[in-house]
Design a protein around this ligand. Structure first.
Ligand SMILES: Cc1ncc(COP(=O)(O)O)c(C=O)c1O
Length: 445
């Protein structure tokens, strides 16, 4: 059905790679091979230009092949390619930790580096449990996530995550319960935050009544759900979660793997929505996707608790970390990425251009009866599509393939199409992306 790029790969090579979150059988019949990337565009194996409508996987807000990042990475490889993450350090990790803190809400200033979003979530959840134990409250071990939440592919991430397809194969996970999602009937086609739906936070009180706060370590939510198709929090909802967590001595974790560093037109989702959690997890945009890296950022009191109870000062305060924590090349990429966001005023740009993006995205309303909802915030948008013959994932797949044929990469997931263009996207590019999407939806709508 879709454009088949010429590739020199053999069938054996194609078969050897078990691809992540991919329909392997379909892909290998009709491989979509990307060869190069620059600015807002990929070039496929046939030399076709393809607009990057999801900034990689929400990673590359600065576009591709950013000179400052390329140079920083090249210099770092030549100077210090690796240094041990445990018991020894290199300067750039400390510089980057300070710079990350500068993007965080006041008080979140202790940065634990990881290699991915999934590891960042694992780190946050482990630290939450250990923190309560340090405080003499070792029964606080359960977690509360949210329906439709995505927190990565680890055992902890799928446990607190709430996308059924990501859970059903894997059996027992961590003991976790799920708040209802905030896609409330009647709020379809809301622009930005919906006026209603805040009351869904009250379910946290029911969970506390059922499990007791003495058994609950943390609530983890994405301030704006990304992978489920851009589910924007209703007005007042995150504030209410914060209030309830405070009243019941439960840590609040915001998973900002997608929302941190500009996507929301703010430094973080926390800043965009005006709520400060106790922990923020991040990855992706921190290095502009160039080198894998993540982090969990903690409020200082959590860090201090570990330092104060750490025993002799040569002892580990927490036995946790990864071989690639604070990898020097990732740190160099991270410093260059965050400096570029600041020096080019990209957060301000996303903020200023968001109304333009919103106008284009919502212009799709009514283009097809198949479109049942459109949501947006910052430079992100999700479009929900009615199911075809009981196959909810089919129409988004068909539309995304049709977009690929036309020269646009968009993400399809569940019953949604997801869009997240680079922070420097021009209005003309938004317009052509949305025009092409409208045509593709009509074709399959
Ligand atoms: C909110 C959120 N958390 C965690 C993750 C997992 O990140 P990674 O794929 O880097 O492990 C993702 C990935 O999309 C995400 O969106």
């Amino acid at each position: 059905m879709s454009h088949i790029a010429k590739t020199n790969l053999t069938q054996a090579q194609l078969d050897a790679h078990w691809m992540a979150y991919t329909g392997n059988r379909e892909f290998k019949k009709d491989p979509r091979i990307i060869s190069t990337a620059s600015g807002h565009y990929y070039t496929d194996a046939d030399g076709r230009q393809i607009f990057d409508g999801l900034s990689g996987l929400w990673t590359c807000g600065l576009g591709h092949s950013v000179p400052a990042i390329n140079e920083a990475v090249a210099n770092q490889v030549k100077t210090l390619d690796y240094s041990p993450a445990f018991q020894f350090g290199h300067e750039k990790s400390f510089q980057l930790a300070e710079k990350i803190s500068d993007f965080m809400p006041a008080g979140l200033n202790r940065v634990f580096f990881t290699g991915s979003g999934s590891e960042s979530v694992d780190t946050a959840l482990k630290v939450a449990r250990a923190y309560w134990r340090k405080k003499g409250l070792g029964t606080k071990t359960k977690f509360i996530g949210r329906a439709k939440g995505y927190h990565g592919a680890g055992i902890s991430g799928f446990s607190v995550g709430g996308i059924p397809a990501n859970r059903i194969l894997y059996g027992q996970g961590l003991e976790s319960y799920h708040l209802p999602h905030t896609q409330v009937p009647g709020t379809e086609f809301s622009k930005g935050m919906a006026d209603t739906g805040k009351e869904r936070a009250e379910d946290l009180l029911n969970m506390i009544a059922m499990h007791d706060a003495s058994n609950i370590a943390a609530v983890i939510v994405e301030p704006m759900s990304g992978s489920a198709g851009v589910i924007v929090p209703p007005k007042g909802y995150l504030q209410r979660l914060r209030e309830i967590c405070d009243q019941h001595n439960i840590l609040l974790i915001f998973d900002e793997v997608i929302t941190a560093f500009g996507r929301m037109g703010a430094q973080s989702g926390s800043e965009a929505f005006g709520v400060t959690p106790d922990v923020i997890t991040m990855a992706k945009q921190v290095t502009n996707g160039v080198i894998p890296m993540g982090a969990a950022v903690f409020k200082q009191e959590i860090y201090d608790t570990f330092m104060d109870t750490g025993g002799a000062d040569y002892m580990l305060e927490i036995p946790h970390g990864y071989t690639y924590s604070a990898h020097p090349i990732a740190c160099a990429a991270g410093l260059a990425s965050l400096e570029t966001i600041r020096s080019q005023g990209l957060i301000e740009r996303v903020n200023q251009m968001s109304p333009v993006w919103e106008k284009y995205v919502h212009s799709l309303k009514g283009a097809s009866d198949a479109i049942t909802d459109i949501r947006n915030y910052g430079f992100a948008a999700g479009i929900t599509l009615a199911a075809v013959d009981g196959e909810p994932a089919k129409r988004p797949y068909q539309i995304a393939m049709s977009m690929w044929d036309k020269g646009y990469y968009v993400r399809y997931g569940g019953d949604t199409i997801q869009l997240a263009p680079p922070f420097t996207t021009e209005e003309s590019e938004m317009s052509s992306l949305i025009d092409a999407l409208g045509e593709s939806i009509k074709k399959f709508g």
